[in-house]
Design a protein around this ligand. Sequence first.
Ligand SMILES: N[C@@H](CCC(=O)N[C@@H](CS)C(=O)NCC(=O)O)C(=O)O
Length: 205
Amino acid sequence: MKLYTATFAPNPERVRMFLLEKAITDIELVEINIMEREHKTSEYRALSPFSQIPALALDDGRVLTESRAICRYLEGLYPEPNLLGQTSEETAFIEMWDRRVEFMLLLPLAWWVRHGHPAFTAIEKQIAELAPRGEKTFRYFAKWLDGELAGRDFIAGDRFTIADITAFASVGFARVAKWKPDADELPNLNAWRGRMFERPCGQKG
Ligand SMILES: N[C@@H](CCC(=O)N[C@@H](CS)C(=O)NCC(=O)O)C(=O)O
């Protein structure tokens, strides 16, 4: 299998963190430089119809895109440690948290950065109003999440899951917007981030 990935881009970084946490080392990594528009070539588009990264090329020739679907596939092949849930009930709650983080942290952040940072004109037709709208939602959710983390160590409950990975990849990408959780304003999110750096996924944080 080959994983098409892009360093610093949050969705491929989610999958890279998933590999690190499961200690998966037998998948070939192919680095795609987004800012150099390597994902816009006809060769890459043949793999990923919307020119997005990550993409996992399977040994039988099929290609799986969508980071969450790739993680689901890998969880089946490499079940330990479990990151997506053991029972249907636990899986549902982990998915709820992962989707919350994806839609309320990662997506608004993507708007903030892609529509606000001058470097992103390389790949985005920027709409100026989307940057502050994204920033506002991102900051609102970060504050709310900080309150949630006052009572527990991990995003989705009492153990590390994909929801932590999605949040950690998002917080890592927020560096582009010169944002990180402030120790006074967001002490619980800041402490959680510190714990993530201690883990295998911390290599990518
Ligand atoms: N829903 C997709 C989103 C993938 C995505 O948006 N990838 C970004 C990098 S984080 C990308 O390929 N951007 C290239 C572009 O927009 O031109 C997934 O989860 O895999």
